[in-house]
Design a protein around this ligand. Structure first.
Ligand code: ATP
Length: 364
């Protein structure tokens, strides 16, 4: 064929990543171009394996080659990903690309359920994921991952003791619940809880992760301050249910992350229990906690709504039985898959457009 690699790049420079609003060549997303007599092959490196725009970008690349080079060419595209990061310095968690705080204003809105299912959904799409369960009032991650009563090992590396996270369903896990029986949770208040969180961050062998999710206690607490003082947090999500009393507290959570001295980007709001759907009437929606409360909050505060998760019996049952519902192949699982894509997308947008987060320096 009478064209070169530079011609292929020129054609692909007409294709934009719709989220990052730049072309794929400028974004350095095109690799390994090979040209044969009737075929062009190349790799597109996306910013997350959970990219919801994968098919669109692929089709746009094929169209661009046909339009700008030759419409009879066969185009073979290998779609892969390399999760982006703004964390490339500092001694803490050097292999972790993105640290995501999962918070809620009120207790019991489903923050841990969302964290568990988000983690598994991201992992199913090919990401490396870990969870720190720092919810001192009710660490539920051990139950949700069916590893209650287990103990993480401690090993020595260069004379330093490091905690080795447990691994379940491909997710690395550490929980404040592994360190004390649940009915002893009250001992974790105050400085001990903060010190445990610091250990989970700085003295735990996390290795390489694309996303480390931190399940925080409800409300705004010392633990939140410890987190932002220990490590720069890539972004925060706020989980809420739609009723007025939950939204009022979610608003406080949003305000905390947006405070100038904290300044953690809010990736979005997750509306959990957005409507009730009975198993025998899967097409029916009952807005028992009110309709679109999370959506309205997101619009009012100009942050994305990442998803609306239904109130479904199987979500509760799966949580209790230690097998996150997203591992089942049904409509409920799909709502968490879409949520994972939406969150990963916001992380990529945040990393492309915003400065890296700074660790908070202040006296709490
Ligand atoms: N969408 C849902 N549908 C059905 N049940 C749900 C849903 N979300 C959460 N639950 C159930 O509600 C209960 C509370 O959920 P979860 O423990 O995730 O909340 P939380 O916000 O983390 O609570 P805490 O305040 O203790 O941290 C659990 O029994 C869980 O299974």
């Amino acid at each position: 064929m009478a064209f070169k690699e530079s011609d292929v790049l020129k054609a692909l420079s007409t294709v934009d990543d719709p989220d990052l609003k730049k072309d794929l060549v400028t974004l350095n997303m095109i690799k390994d171009i090979e040209i044969f007599s009737d075929t062009v092959k190349f790799t597109v490196v996306l910013t997350t394996p959970a990219c919801p725009l994968k098919e669109l970008i692929k089709n746009n690349c094929i169209d661009a080659i046909h339009k700008h080079l030759d419409k009879s060419l066969s185009v073979e595209i290998h779609m892969t990903s390399n999760v982006t990061t703004t964390r490339n310095d500092g001694p803490i968690l050097p292999g972790v690309k993105n640290i995501i705080a999962i918070s809620s204003g009120k207790g019991g809105v489903g923050k841990s359920t969302v964290t568990a299912n988000l983690a598994v959904a991201l992992k199913n799409k090919g990401a490396k994921v870990g969870i720190i369960d720092a919810d001192i009032y009710g660490p539920s991650i051990p139950t949700m991952f069916n590893c209650e009563g287990e103990q993480p090992e401690v090993k020595q590396v260069n004379g330093k003791n490091l905690i080795v996270p447990l691994e379940q369903y491909g997710i690395k896990l550490i929980s404040i619940g592994f360190l004390a029986p649940a009915d002893n949770a009250v001992v974790w208040r105050g400085p001990m809880a903060s010190s445990a969180l610091r250990q989970f961050i700085a003295d735990t062998e996390w290795g390489e992760l694309d996303y480390l999710l931190i399940d925080l206690p409800p409300g705004t607490s010392d633990i939140h301050l410890t987190l932002v003082q220990t490590v720069p947090v890539t972004g925060a999500v706020v989980v809420t249910t739609p009723q007025k009393v939950a939204l009022a507290d979610a608003r406080k959570g949003l305000a905390m992350f947006k405070q100038p001295q904290i300044n953690v980007p809010v990736l979005g709001i997750i509306e959990n229990m957005a409507y009730f759907t009975p198993a025998e009437l899967p097409d029916n929606k009952y807005y028992i906690f009110g309709q679109d409360g999370g959506l309205n909050l997101a619009e009012k505060h100009n942050v994305p709504l990442l998803g609306q998760i239904p109130l479904v019996q199987s979500i509760r049952e799966s949580g209790d039985s230690g097998l996150p519902v997203v591992m089942k192949d049904d409509a409920t699982a799909e709502s968490f898959n879409q949520l994972a894509e939406a969150m990963a997308r916001q992380v990529a947008i945040r990393n492309a457009n915003m400065e890296k987060t700074k660790k908070v320096e202040m006296n709490a």
